[in-house]
Write a protein that binds this ligand. Structure first.
Ligand code: ZN
Length: 122
């Protein structure tokens, strides 16, 4: 499922900001509430991280992930895991592992691109 609820998962109709699908009547208001709460928890986790409270940040990220599995929250949890592993040798230049790599389309050589195109239905 997409991280944004822009289409109805049941019938693929465009939802825009609507909580109820106009085409099939599926009600996503609870899903929207969970996603909003997950976003708030993720913001709190980032604030906790900013003030150096990693225990609170981890708790908030876990709660956020339980509500909505966002890649940013997963990346922050991975970062907290990595930071915990290297606590004794903590560096100022810590990076979020995999965050950008996961979001960018992989550069592939032209040969593999042609092969992918060949697999598409005509
Ligand atoms: Zn629908």
């Amino acid at each position: 499922m997409s991280e944004l609820l822009d289409r109805c998962p049941a019938c693929r109709a465009r939802l825009a900001e609507a909580a109820v699908c106009l085409r099939c009547g599926c009600d996503f208001s609870l899903v929207r509430q969970a996603m909003a709460q997950a976003a708030r928890l993720l913001e709190q986790a980032l604030c906790s991280l900013a003030i150096g409270d990693r225990a609170a940040a981890r708790r908030q990220v876990e709660n956020s992930l339980a509500l909505h599995r966002q890649r940013l929250a997963q990346a922050i949890r991975n970062f907290l895991d990595a930071a915990a592993d290297t606590e004794s040798t903590a560096s100022e230049h810590a990076q979020l592992p995999g965050l950008l790599a996961a979001d960018l389309p992989a550069e592939s050589d032209p040969t593999s691109t042609r092969e992918e195109d060949a697999c598409l239905p005509a």
